[in-house]
Design a protein around this ligand. Structure first.
Ligand code: HSE
Length: 339
């Protein structure tokens, strides 16, 4: 049996979802020859009650995990781009495998991550949970789409705003009331600006563009408009045209190495395609040369869906999956930044 000691940095919605799945599926993993043990969990406040496995040590200093020689993989689920970046970069430098749900961290430190992971001896880096919650989106690009030529990636990449827009559209709810509901359900980022401002969708758009085309977009140059200016009356006007409003993240490769990208609320037909995807559900449409169009739809946020993606990365790590995390960087021209 291969023993894998896991150190969690963060034990919020996603972390606790992953821990629950590891416990629930323990026997299945054992039958695959893998014995996952949640060895340590780093939290801010040790006195808070939480359902951590027996024998697991609670710590408050992340270095206690990253520098522990007994820990094989660091799961970063604290969020944010401050300490979380130190956690991830120092774990990788210590040659520890890393699994993270942190899209903002990846998008903000992309060049350094690509360089660190390009080393032949680089450890496993899993980020399935960073885009599309529980949808197997990252691995679709890392594995299936490597046999194809992707020309366009577009879709609903933020569960919180889709939940909000769906409720505003169907029930005429106010922006403030519906934001509060999404936060209570655990979809929203700790700072909701990342969701409603379109920053979260933009980080995800940039990550998918790297995987799809091998280009690294400067996220600050990708046009971004959030939903914070969308009002109930906008849905009434959209309805008159048989449309509804969705926040879309779009990237297109116009020629090899030339990519355009943006994040914006768009009026879309309300009786087909993305217009039919409601709640915290995410959808991505991948247009490619050989496969034409692939649609991936599922739960884009939440404890167990996102927890599933964390655990699927842990399984890949345990099975010594050698597929490279990111696409081979290609020369890039950013044709339209909408500035
Ligand atoms: N806040 C994010 C969302 C979480 O609502 O989609 C999942 O990335």
């Amino acid at each position: 049996m291969k023993k894998i000691n896991i150190g969690f940095v963060g034990a919020g919605t996603v972390g606790m979802g992953a821990i629950k799945i590891l416990e629930t599926k323990k026997k299945d993993f054992n039958s695959m020859g893998i014995d996952f043990e949640v060895h340590k969990v780093c939290v801010k406040d040790k006195s808070k009650e939480r359902a951590i496995p027996a024998g697991c040590e609670l710590v408050t200093d992340w270095k206690n995990i990253v520098e522990d020689p007994n820990i094989d993989v660091v799961v970063e689920v604290m969020g944010g781009t401050g300490i979380a970046t130190e956690v991830v970069m120092s774990a990788l430098k210590n040659n520890k495998a890393v699994v993270t749900a942190n899209k903002a961290l990846i998008a903000d430190n992309f060049a350094e991550l690509l360089e660190t992971l390009a080393r032949p001896e680089a450890p496993f880096f899993g980020f399935e949970a960073a885009v599309g919650g529980g949808i197997p989106m990252i691995s679709t690009f890392q594995i299936q789409m490597r046999a194809d030529l992707v020309t366009e990636v577009s879709g609903i990449l933020n569960g919180t705003t889709n939940y909000m827009l769906s409720k505003m559209s169907a029930e005429g709810m106010s922006y403030e009331a519906v934001l509060k509901e999404a936060q209570d359900l655990g979809f929203a980022e700790s700072d909701p600006t990342a969701d409603v401002g379109g920053y979260d969708a933009r980080s995800k758009t940039v990550i998918l563009a790297q995987l799809a085309y091998g280009v690294l977009l400067d996220e600050n140059k990708v046009f971004r408009q959030g939903i914070d200016r969308v009002e109930t009356i906008d849905f009434e006007y959209a309805q008159l045209m048989g449309k509804t409003i969705k926040l879309l993240g779009v990237s297109q490769q116009t020629k090899p190495g030339e990519v355009t990208a943006f994040v914006s609320p768009m009026a879309v037909p309300n009786d087909k395609g993305v217009g039919q995807i409601h709640g915290a559900t995410n959808v991505v449409s991948i247009k490619s040369q050989f496969q034409q169009e692939t649609l991936l739809v599922g739960e884009g946020a939440g404890s167990l869906p996102t927890g599933t993606s964390i655990v699927s990365d842990l399984v890949r790590m345990a099975k010594a999956d050698q597929s490279s995390a990111f696409a081979q960087p290609k020369e890039q021209r950013f044709t339209a930044d909408f500035e």
